[in-house]
Ligand binder design. Structure first.
Ligand code: SF4
Length: 318
């Protein structure tokens, strides 16, 4: 079952001189219930803006965001309140996302007290989420600065769990942490997903991170998803030259099975002044004449797989 679906979602920012920065431009994606959809791409590709659109922190310029079968734009006030509880977020930096002046117990109980809950039920839920993320009950009495970076991210995850969400947007959830801690947090997120049937929209710049942590994958370049599909298939057989280049940069532990080679040159263009035709054409090793003028349309690369692979590239033209 599809829990979250984005249809032609765009977010443009007006810039001086009447120009528009097309941070997100016509994105389609679907997050299945209980699964992880990973959105990957270089810094500035629009993936964090997309996360903000889902969370209602940026205004939709065009398209539809459908959650559990309902267009979010059609929700009334109480529907929006429920939506905000059902969709939570964990951000990159646990240092800045937790109020340093509040005890952890207060931070965790805020979503409940804000909707009028008091007393033992709040305390019980606070203790429950601390246990879920592997922290002792007495953590509630301490302040965020009394914890390590990894523990603070556990607190941020606990806070996201408090309202019993169904979808959590994970915006670079481990990239600010020591390498030694990252696997622990990723394992925790995996365990929580299994235990609570959570769905994740995982935003990451690091393809290596998502290979074993996502069910489906979307590769984003200058505001567009250029390739998407089941993660295992995209990793096994990347079809878009940009995906191939990103994958070629990921170290492969088994030298007997190296990745397909890929090579990109040239400057990353900006979404303020994207190239005509295919936005990747100035960096693409396979560029053809048509790529410079005609934007490629999305092709289904493999109709036989569940959900299929979609690739936006003229190499896929019949
Ligand atoms: Fe390269 Fe052309 Fe495909 Fe763009 S459409 S990725 S320039 S081959």
């Amino acid at each position: 079952m599809t829990l979250l679906a984005l249809h032609g979602v765009s977010c443009h920012f007006a810039m001086p001189g009447g120009r528009a920065l097309k941070a997100v431009d016509g994105v389609d994606l679907a997050v299945e219930a209980g699964q992880t959809f990973a959105l990957v791409g270089e810094s500035g590709c629009g993936k964090s803006t997309l996360a903000k659109l889902v969370l209602g922190l940026e205004r939709l310029h065009a398209g539809r965001i459908v959650f559990d079968g309902t267009d979010v734009a059609d929700l009334d006030r109480s529907g929006r309140r429920r939506f905000r509880a059902r969709v939570q977020a964990v951000f990159q930096d646990p240092y800045s996302s937790l109020n340093p002046r509040l005890r952890v117990g207060t931070i965790l109980s805020e979503p409940l007290t804000a909707r009028g809950e008091r007393g033992r039920a709040v305390q019980a839920r606070t203790a429950e989420v601390l246990e879920l993320v592997g922290l002792p009950e007495n953590a509630a009495r301490l302040y965020p600065h009394e914890f390590s970076g990894g523990q603070r991210q556990r607190i941020a995850i606990a806070r996201a769990l408090v309202p019993q969400p169904e979808l959590i947007v994970l915006d670079e959830p481990v990239s600010a942490l020591d390498v030694s801690i990252r696997a622990q947090i990723l394992n925790l997120l995996q365990d929580l997903q299994n235990e609570l049937s959570l769905s994740y929209l995982l935003i990451a710049h690091d393809l290596a991170l998502v290979e074993h942590t996502s069910d489906r994958l979307g590769v984003m370049y200058l505001g567009e998803i250029v390739e998407s599909g089941p993660s295992a298939e995209v990793f096994a057989e990347p079809r878009h030259p940009y995906t191939q280049a990103l994958l070629a940069a990921v170290p492969r532990p088994d030298p007997a099975h190296p990745r397909a080679s890929g090579h990109v040159t040239g400057e990353i263009a900006t979404a303020l002044d994207p190239p005509s035709g295919c936005r990747f054409h100035r960096r693409c090793p396979h560029v053809m004449e048509v790529c410079r003028s005609a934007p490629p349309i999305a092709h289904h690369a493999n109709e036989t797989t569940a959900g299929g692979n979609t690739v936006k590239c003229h190499l896929m033209d019949p």
